[in-house]
Write a protein that binds this ligand. Structure first.
Ligand code: BTN
Length: 241
């Protein structure tokens, strides 16, 4: 059993795994042809369209939980690259927006679920496979684009689903220290002036580096501080990047 669940339609693949968490095994993953009520980070909606590949993976009691979002980002990059003979250059905007040619092709939402004594993580991934530029314009998402419009070819949904799941399962099993340099080398906001947007407002700082736990190390006029991916969104001071 490969523990890959394929649905026709679902409200949210993250919500599906949350509802079925107790009866599903570690590493189990779900996708759907259409996700109607997807959720993004920090309470945003995630637009529904058949051109988007939604998937979620259940990780039971994973070590170094706080680094899963980074490891999932690397997994998506690797899986997309394997779909192309001549892969596009793929970068990560900290913590986990997957970027090609300055446009977002994938977002990641990791959520934790306590079940008895265990802490499980649901790693939700939405890949823009084949939406048109008109779709993103109509949804007022100027920073997003699909693999189809950026590369000229849409990867097979089933293959990309299986590929991402296999990469996430593999990376979830190794210490983050083994992925650390790869993650750092993919990050496109290190050294940049960024706007950190959190529940308590905005703060401008220089994104200097990442910490061993995946936190972003920043510096402003008051000194050095670290931010975790669960708390904030990070943008360039004049726009998305
Ligand atoms: C972001 O805001 O960038 C994160 C978006 C995450 C969307 C994916 S789609 C599959 C999974 N199910 C959800 O409801 N959300 C995630």
């Amino acid at each position: 059993m490969d523990n890959l669940i394929r649905l026709k339609e679902v409200d949210s693949t993250n919500s599906y795994l949350r509802a079925h968490c107790s009866e599903l095994p570690d590493g189990c993953a779900v996708t759907a042809e259409l996700q109607t009520a997807g959720r993004g980070r920090r309470g945003h909606n995630w637009a529904a369209d058949c051109g988007m590949l939604p998937l979620s993976i259940l990780l039971k009691d994973p070590p170094e939980c706080e680094t899963l979002t980074a490891r999932a980002g690397l997994s998506v990059c690797a899986a997309i690259e394997k779909m192309y003979a001549d892969p596009p250059k793929i970068a990560i905007k900290w913590p986990n927006d997957i970027i090609i040619e300055n446009r977002k092709v994938c977002g990641i939402l990791c959520e934790s679920v306590c079940f008895g004594d265990s802490l499980n993580v649901i790693c939700g991934i939405g890949v823009n496979i084949s939406q048109s530029e008109d779709f993103f314009r109509a949804e007022n998402l100027p920073n997003a684009a699909s693999l189809l419009t950026l590369t000229g070819a849409a990867p097979d949904r089933g293959e990309l689903f299986a590929g991402i799941v296999s990469e996430v399962r593999a990376r979830a099993a190794v210490p983050f220290s083994e992925c650390f340099e790869e993650y750092r080398s993919r990050l496109l906001n290190l050294g940049n002036k960024v706007k950190i947007i959190g529940s308590e407002g905005e703060r401008i700082a220089i994104a200097e580096d990442i910490a061993p736990n995946g936190f972003l190390i920043c510096r402003d006029e008051n000194g050095v501080f670290e931010v975790g991916s669960g708390e904030v969104s990070v943008r360039g001071i004049n726009g998305y990047l």
